[in-house]
Write a protein that binds this ligand. Structure first.
Ligand SMILES: [Zn+2]
Length: 290
């Protein structure tokens, strides 16, 4: 059977994976969880998969197995990953690693850079994810992709962009390092604390940022702007605050900044927290992620 057959109802099964009475779907659980809040898929996949899934849902509904008419509430059609093509006059399309210093690896002739197109094996304009994961780690690629474009737009691959994402993670790592001594054992500022001057504006900026990032995430899925907005650290550095005196406020902001990034680069932040903050009970991270 076509793979679309199984993928047309797996989300129903996810609601009740342990339910072993035929047909393996628990009406009570389905009534609670379905329909799916958000569907995300590429344009080609989304057309076919959506069609089959809707058909299945209506059949299951007619049999009384589920209670909803439609399987998904919202659709987000994501863009494609694109990259420029490279060609040798004699040997045709080349993989990126076959173009060495702008020359064909077989004959040494100059490589012709073509237009940017959707990544495909036939055009050889692809990158090897295994190599990149080994070199940079999965979270570098993740944050590069999220930062490069809004999800509904095509994303143009850029090696420099991946390098930049890697340096960004290095910077985040150093923040954790730098702040460790300052915020160790200091209780976070709470609502009862009266703030004045710079501290007050920093607190305001923090909460404006929380609101902005939440909207970027929840309303628009614009992770690219959320990543920049979550950069509270930059604001900290540009403010005139003295870190040691105001450690509790700074720590609070650093913590919030890290929690934002947790939603996008969870492995990296996990390591960051474990390596830097696990040694003491941090007031800046909720219990469940510390
Ligand atoms: Zn050649």
């Amino acid at each position: 059977m076509d793979t679309f057959v199984e993928s047309s109802w797996y989300f129903d099964r996810y609601c009740c994976p342990d339910y072993d009475t035929k047909p393996g779907l628990d009406r009570k659980k389905l009534d609670y969880w379905m329909p799916v809040d958000q569907y995300i898929g590429g344009i080609e996949h989304a057309i076919l998969h959506l069609l089959y899934s809707r058909f299945y849902t209506k059949v299951l509904r007619d049999f009384g197995v589920i209670g909803v008419d439609e399987p998904f509430t919202n659709l987000l059609t994501q863009g494609m990953v694109c990259k420029e093509t490279m060609r040798c006059k004699e040997h045709g399309y080349l993989f990126p690693e076959q173009a060495v210093d702008g020359k064909c690896h077989i004959c040494g002739k100059a490589v012709i850079i073509g237009k940017t197109e959707k990544m495909s094996k036939s055009l050889k304009n692809v990158v090897d994810p295994d190599y990149l994961v080994k070199k940079y780690g999965a979270d570098t690629l993740r944050i590069f992709c999220l930062f490069a474009a809004p999800p509904e737009k095509d994303l143009e691959w850029s090696d420099q962009g991946v390098d930049g994402a890697f340096r960004f993670l290095g910077r985040l790592w150093r923040i954790a390092d730098e702040y460790l001594e300052d915020i160790k054992g200091v209780a976070p500022a709470n609502g009862a604390l009266q703030l004045e001057g710079d501290l007050k504006s920093l607190r305001r900026k923090t909460h404006q940022t929380i609101r902005k990032v939440s909207c970027d995430f929840e309303d628009r899925f614009h992770f690219n702007t959320a990543i920049g907005d979550a950069d509270l650290y930059f604001f900290l550095k540009s403010s005139t605050l003295h870190i040691h005196i105001h450690a509790c406020i700074d720590g609070h902001n650093t913590g919030i900044c890290f929690i934002f990034y947790y939603t996008m680069i969870d492995h990296f932040i996990d390591r960051c927290i474990i390596c830097h903050y696990k040694t003491f009970k941090s007031p800046f991270f909720p219990e469940n992620i510390c």
